[in-house]
Design a protein around this ligand. Structure first.
Ligand code: NDP
Length: 272
């Protein structure tokens, strides 16, 4: 029996999600029809209800609808609540279950694919937008000590406050301006800003990279200025392709209860 899933966004033509889910389904022997759905900017909820009425099992959600998806769900996972955003919807008996798999995607890529443990490591998270919110909880759970820096400081402070309030973790999230970071070195630097989209660079400098630091850019598909700078500072560099595939794998697991092999898919995309 064919099962129907989708990815909803605006725009959506660029999305690699159908290719990733198709590859996972082929390997798992699941008859999957996974389509791109362009929702009108004012029509996200109507689009979701339409998919539900047509028997879809769920949908991924991408820009700009992750916050609307959060508001629409009947039941939210711990990760979705922490992120205040949803990228994976599951439809069951007329109810909408919401999850956020971006954070698990990043964590799996860093710890398993790249082999970097985060236990006790200092992590600089650059940016305080949706992507940053999505990854804080898994990073904290993995034992990272997080400093969040943002161009607009009050957004970094708000993020830190949100997680420090709800936490129960030993480590607190520190908020900082980029200027205050001078002389501070970090084991892992995650670029969760959208600066790369406009070929800009968040203002980091050489001292921010500890010896053997990992520099992780959530962007994929091009060598960003951040990646170039990190390389010049001697850091190990990774882009966000692994995160993209791993967040899809987590959604695939939620929907089909099968853990797909991700490395062959990452390799194929990297080669293409
Ligand atoms: P948002 O628009 O929610 O947030 C953007 C953030 O970037 C803000 O903190 C903003 O700072 C900061 N920023 C933008 N331009 C600059 C600049 N020139 N210098 C410094 N900071 C800047 O975006 P998202 O959080 O949704 O996405 C961020 C990135 O993560 C995107 O590139 C996206 O493609 C990527 N991403 C990758 C995923 C993957 O699977 N690999 C998954 C999700 C996202 P301010 O608050 O001051 O405006």
């Amino acid at each position: 029996m064919t099962v129907n899933y989708a990815v909803i966004g605006h725009p959506i033509a660029h999305s690699k999600s159908p290719l990733i889910h198709d590859a996972f389904a082929k390997e798992a022997g699941i008859d999957l029809d996974y389509t791109r759905v362009l929702a009108p900017l004012d029509g996200f909820e109507a689009t979701v209800r339409d998919l539900m009425s047509r028997g879809f099992g769920g949908a991924n959600v991408t820009v700009p609808f992750k916050f609307e998806a959060f508001a629409l769900c009947n039941v939210l996972s711990e990760q979705a609540i922490a992120a205040k955003a949803v990228n994976t919807l599951t439809f069951k008996q007329g109810q909408i279950f919401g999850d956020n798999t971006d954070g698990v995607g990043l964590l799996t890529d860093i710890t398993q694919n790249l082999g970097v443990s985060l236990e006790g490591k200092s992590v600089l998270l650059m940016g305080a937008g949706g992507a940053a919110y999505g990854v804080v909880l898994p990073l904290l759970k993995a034992g990272a000590v997080i400093t969040v820096a943002n161009r607009t400081l009050n957004k970094a402070e708000e993020l830190a406050h949100t997680f420090n309030q709800s936490a129960g973790f030993f480590a607190k999230v520190h908020a900082s301006t980029y200027e205050e970071l001078r002389q501070q070195a970090f084991d892992v630097i995650v670029n969760a800003t959208s600066a790369g989209l406009s070929d800009a660079l968040p203002p980091i400098n050489q001292e921010n990279f500890a010896k053997d630091a990992l520099a992780y850019d959530m962007m994929y598909g091009k060598e960003t200025l951040f990646m170039q700078t990190a390389r010049a500072c001697g850091a190990h560099v990774a882009d966000g392709l692994g995160m993209l595939v791993e967040q899809a794998a987590e959604a695939f697991w939620l929907w089909h209860h099968v853990r797909p092999k991700t490395n062959p898919v990452i390799r194929t995309f990297r080669a293409s």
